[in-house]
Design a protein around this ligand. Structure first.
Ligand code: VGL
Ligand code: ZN
Length: 200
């Protein structure tokens, strides 16, 4: 058992990010069983769920644009995604093999139509908080292990924000899978390293 100041953060282990889903990440389902095996080692367990309204502005369909193209939003450049993780749909549900009953807290993010939220801590304007920082601090956490999907987007943004907030952060790379759009994985790893994130 890990000590009480260490949390595990399980990012977006949802059907739409697994093979067969709307925004499938290659091998996303391979990490379900090893994540289930790891979670019980931690006394503080937070899972996240990407959770978008059907007309979310991160969807290419809302811009008559091609998926994976980009658009300028008030908060910066936004990749436009296929419609995914729509609130209440099967695509937004956790992978059926994931032991989500083990979660102490489930953070939903990306529920505001006009702003995307990759990070478990802040929306993509880097200022609107999800409340997770306060939750972890009030539970006495100062060290976080991160696993899940996708390495180069939601894991990356969560890890960098956590490090900037002063947490000691380790990304367990073998329990993550990447989208890897135009070098995004290499860029994400460089950014995480720069922010002081460790890899295990
Ligand atoms: C994610 C793209 C869009 C992720 C979420 O979980 O990494 N990526 N929404
Ligand atoms: Zn999303």
């Amino acid at each position: 058992m890990r000590s009480a100041n260490e949390a595990i953060l399980v990012i977006d282990m949802q059907n739409d990010f697994c093979p067969g889903g709307a925004l499938a990440v290659a091998g996303g389902d391979e990490i379900v069983a090893p994540i289930n095996a790891l979670v019980p080692d931690y006394q503080v367990r937070v899972f996240t769920q990407d959770w978008h309204p059907a007309d979310h502005k991160s969807f290419a369909s809302q811009h008559s644009a091609d998926p994976y193209s980009t658009v300028e939003m008030p908060y910066g450049t936004q990749v436009l995604w296929p419609d995914h993780c729509i609130i209440g749909t099967e695509g937004a549900a956790f992978h059926k093999g994931l032991n989500a009953d083990e979660a102490d807290l489930i953070i939903r993010k990306g529920f505001r139509r006009d702003i995307d939220s990759y990070s478990a801590f802040f929306e993509n304007d880097h200022t609107t908080p999800t409340g997770l920082d306060g939750y972890l601090r009030t539970r006495g956490v100062d060290k976080i292990a991160i696993v899940g999907l996708a390495t180069d987007f939601c894991v990356n943004f969560s890890a960098v924000d956590a490090a900037k907030l002063g947490f000691d952060v380790t990304v367990i790379e073998s329990l993550c899978r990447a989208i890897d759009l135009d070098g995004s994985l290499a860029a994400a790893k460089a950014g995480m390293t720069e922010a002081g994130v460790r890899f295990a």
